[in-house]
Design a protein around this ligand. Structure first.
Ligand SMILES: [Zn+2]
Length: 277
């Protein structure tokens, strides 16, 4: 399995010289294995991914997107995701009910004339199919996907466990543990994973006072990966004001604290950040 990060930044896009190495786009992750592909979240990173997909002709294959939740930083790339405008593209979007409305309703509303010149999903040329996430494992091409709802402020954010032929990737973003200990559902999704991608918005000291924000510290991310017996941890959803040097520092601290056998990296946009398992 090949994991490429197209956006690793949380909350809003970070621009400027301090954010060039890890990248400033908001969450979008592409997992591929042979001819199969699954896309996690449609943050601003999805804009670059969409262009790359069109350039490679991949839009002619059915595309699958899993949305953790629909806060703006995770869907802001959707109105600019080039395959959505391609008449031959077919896109399956799996999303949660968030605050209670179906995923197609929420995305349709995000395009209404107050927010976007697109007006409505009807103006996208691709064939879109929407699916509401549940917690029963399901099959996507050759991937087996398990989803679980985790608390994220007033709504849930879905975590995903994606099993391919060569390994398991777990995606846990916009999750927080208000009592400081990892949620059992997060540990279950991460069990023996080859790669855990985990929210690391905070350091342990600045997490204090933000316990209910629905975000984690690098220490929580490490606790999940360690207790679950994972092989590699990618710190993800870097805070928008966290400079490259500060992300380096989080990675170094987490590496020092990690047990033998658990590798730690900072999720990084582009080819330089690709992980193969
Ligand atoms: Zn977010």
């Amino acid at each position: 399995m090949r994991i490429r990060f197209w956006g690793v930044r949380g909350s809003f896009v970070a621009a400027g010289a301090d954010f060039v190495r890890y990248g400033g786009n908001t969450p979008c992750v592409e997992i591929t294995e042979d001819d199969h592909r699954v896309i996690l979240d449609l943050g601003s990173g999805a804009i670059g991914l969409g262009k790359a997909l069109l350039a490679s002709g991949a839009e002619k294959r059915r595309l699958t997107v899993l949305l953790s939740h629909t806060h703006m930083d995770h869907i802001m790339g959707f109105p600019f995701f080039a395959p959505a405008f391609h008449p031959k593209a077919q896109i399956d979007i799996y999303g949660p009910r968030g605050a209670g409305r179906k995923i197609d309703h929420v995305l349709d509303e995000s395009l209404n004339p107050d927010y976007s010149p697109l007006y409505s999903l009807k103006n996208l040329n691709a064939k879109l199919e929407f699916h509401n996430l549940g917690e029963e494992p399901f099959q996507l091409q050759d991937f087996e996907v398990t989803a679980a709802a985790l608390p994220h402020g007033r709504i849930d954010s879905y975590g995903f466990r994606i099993r391919g032929a060569t390994g398991v990737v777990t995606y846990l973003t916009d999750v927080g543990y208000s009592d400081g200990s990892p949620a059992p559902a997060a540990l279950e999704l991460a069990r023996d994973a080859d790669l855990v991608i985990h929210d690391a918005t905070f350091g342990p000291e600045d997490w204090r006072g933000h316990e209910k924000w629905g975000h984690a510290s690098w220490e929580h991310a490490l606790a999940v990966a360690e207790r679950a017996g994972a092989k590699k941890l990618a710190l993800f959803h870097h805070a928008p004001d966290r400079t490259d040097d500060e992300v380096d520092r989080f990675v170094a601290l987490a590496r020092d604290a990690a047990p033998k056998g658990l590798a730690v990296i900072g999720a990084m946009e582009g080819e330089a950040g690709v992980v193969e398992i």
